[in-house]
Design a binder for this molecule. Structure first.
Ligand code: NAD
Length: 278
């Protein structure tokens, strides 16, 4: 376990979230309990899952067997696109809670705006009610671009606590992150390591900082996110890398090192565009 505490960020509803957590996208459901248990043993307390990942039950079993007090854990799950709508969103969160073995999650997100169905405003109003009922402490969105956020801000009451978006050095979405933050919406960066889909960890800006700090390239990229104020939850199924990624909290990059990684922006996504995922 790392000696450095994981920083927390205060959300616009007054709750706090650990800035570094563990994501379980593409973690095999049969392996999830074991892998999340190793993440807890390494010291993670924040887990990011989703109904569509099919592994909420494994996360739930790891929580149950961990013995970690509920209020020391931070659990996020997400509403999948085909459950958008009022009644379906209520039912979907109940199903997720049953699978997780919890009476509430800490953060519930609309996974994608899914604009073809045009139900994200209605779904958001359902999340507002679920928050009031205590089934989730915070509510937020994922993969929302400026026009999607504008509609929520114009047509609903609660400002999302977070927007979880694809964000890594090649795709920093600076205009969107600045707008969101100006409205009090924190940024969660998914795919923080670019999902391993481009040679980010071989970039000289990354490897030079890694040598200078006696750190690994992955730790440098995670430290860059932390310095930027992003909330991150890199995924790995490997116990060594799980611990390595958490230890990124002890790496403090200099302004010149951060600027060199900023310069890796290319505007290239590694996954789907929010206007096209339905
Ligand atoms: P990531 O950027 O975290 O990349 C994961 C990959 O990076 C791993 O498969 C592994 O190959 C590699 N890796 C991890 N640690 C490493 C290390 N120390 N050294 C070298 N390589 C390493 O991608 P991700 O898993 O897609 O994103 C993180 C989390 O974000 C997910 O698990 C999930 O919780 C969330 N997510 C959300 C959405 C969304 O639509 N909201 C989409 C994708 C992911």
């Amino acid at each position: 376990m790392t000696d450095h505490p994981v920083p927390t960020i205060t959300l616009n509803d007054g709750t706090t979230i650990p800035q570094l957590g563990f994501g379980v996208f593409k973690v095999d459901p049969d392996e999830t309990e074991r892998i999340v248990t190793s993440a807890f043993e390494a010291g993670y307390r924040h887990i990011d899952t989703a109904a569509i990942y099919g592994n909420e039950e494994g996360v739930g079993r790891a929580i149950a067997s961990s013995g970690i007090p509920r209020d020391e854990l931070y659990i996020t799950t997400k509403l999948w696109n085909d459950r958008q709508g009022t009644e379906s969103a209520f039912a979907a969160l109940d199903e997720s809670l049953t699978k997780l073995g919890l009476d509430h999650v800490d953060l519930y997100l609309i996974h994608w705006p899914a604009p073809a169905g045009d139900k994200y405003v209605e779904s958001w109003k359902a999340l507002e009610l679920l928050q009031k009922e205590g089934k989730t402490r915070s509510i937020g969105v994922s993969n929302f671009l400026r026009p999607h956020l504008d509609r929520l801000l114009d047509e609903t009451d609660v400002v999302p606590a977070v927007d979880q978006i694809e964000l890594h050095p090649a795709l920093q979405s600076t205009d969107l992150t600045e707008f969101a933050r100006s409205k009090g919406i924190q940024i969660e960066a998914w795919g923080p390591l670019g999902q391993g889909k481009y040679p980010l960890l071989e970039e000289s800006a990354v490897t030079a900082a890694a040598s200078a700090h006696d750190a690994t390239p992955a730790q440098v990229v995670i430290a860059w996110h932390l310095a930027k104020g992003n909330i991150v939850f890199p995924k790995s199924s490997n116990a060594g890398r799980i611990a390595e990624n958490l230890a990124s909290v002890s790496v403090t990059l200099g302004a010149d090192e951060i600027a060199a990684i900023d310069a890796l922006e290319s505007g290239n996504r590694v996954s789907g565009h929010p206007d096209e995922v339905n």
